[in-house]
Design a protein around this ligand. Structure first.
Ligand code: NAD
Length: 270
């Protein structure tokens, strides 16, 4: 099922022309950047997000670039909602070739104050949401018989804890890395590749809130502090991650599955 593409040119290898990609949490931040790059490479795109209006606006911005794109409401916690997203892709775009489990949250709370509900909220979205998305995508890819690619959003926190206050987040992202391996083993015989990307700290609307809170508490500019510690000496931006997701989803990566690729400015080398 996974063919030898040695004879293809580089533009052919990068092209996603004729493929359909679904991105969860694609209304803003890393997910939106992924939707943009996959669409630019030729994919038709379905964006699902808790923020319905944001998803619709994101899709409209892709249609303005001439790509078929739809934005719909999604709660990635919820199996029925995820199943409806997958159905919508089949109904309106014809198939699913690429599924990106990007939706995630990263609240911070000290271990001794963490409630069961806070733990569940993070695990349910970041880890169970990735399982639900992968399962719905794989069902449809298997019945279509054409294989596909699932990309999960891990984190450098999938490899090591960045600091205190994120036991739930670190556990969820270690889980995403494990899930990626397990799915790769199980889905490989169906021609479905499963990869994860593991970003370092990326400048997004989600992380902006945390930075503003630190600055308001007089604890300085987090970006400046972080840049100083990065081997590559600059912050990540969403497109840094999106280009690696494009690589994973494309035929450049046909023999890759099960890995979690750091997009880490060298963090994990320290
Ligand atoms: N930004 C970083 O520094 C960083 C680093 C490593 C990993 N990540 C991971 O990247 C992913 C995206 O992060 P971001 O910084 O772009 O986040 P963000 O908060 O800027 O955007 C997240 C998007 O997901 C949507 N979303 C939230 N809950 C949802 C749900 N239940 N169902 C559907 N959509 C939902 C939000 O509405 C939003 O549009 C997350 O999985 C995060 O853990 C981020």
């Amino acid at each position: 099922m996974i063919t030898d593409v040695s004879d293809k040119s580089i533009p052919e290898l990068v092209s996603l022309e004729g493929r359909v990609a679904v991105i969860t949490g694609g209304a803003r931040g890393i997910g939106l950047a992924i939707a943009r790059r996959l669409a630019e490479a030729g994919a038709s795109v379905l964006i699902g997000d808790l923020d319905k209006e944001g998803a619709e606006d994101a899709a409209e911005s892709l249609r303005a670039l001439g790509r078929p794109a739809i934005g719909v409401e999604l709660d990635a916690h919820d199996g029925d909602s995820v199943s409806r997203l997958a159905d919508r892709a089949i109904l309106e775009l014809g198939t699913i070739d690429i599924w990106v489990n990007n939706a995630g949250v990263y609240p911070s709370v000290p271990l001794l104050e963490m409630t069961e509900a806070q733990w569940d909220n993070v695990l349910d979205l970041n880890l169970k949401g990735s399982f639900l998305g992968a399962q719905q995508a794989a069902k449809r890819m298997i019945s279509a018989g054409h294989g596909g690619v699932i990309v999960n959003m891990a984190s450098t926190a999938s490899f090591r804890a960045p600091g205190p206050g994120v036991a739930h987040y670190v556990s969820s992202k270690f889980g995403v890395r494990g899930l990626t391996q397990a799915l790769a083993v199980e889905l490989g015989p169906h021609g479905i590749r499963v990869l994860a990307v593991a970003p370092t700290y990326i400048d997004t609307p989600g992380t902006a809130a945390g930075r503003e809170a630190l600055a308001a508490a007089g604890r300085g500019d987090l970006i400046e502090q972080m840049v100083a510690t990065k081997p590559l000496g600059r912050m990540g931006v969403p497109d840094d991650v999106a280009r690696v997701v494009l690589f994973c989803a494309s035929d450049l990566a046909t023999l890759m599955t099960g890995s979690t690729l750091p997009v880490d400015a060298g963090d994990l080398a320290l």
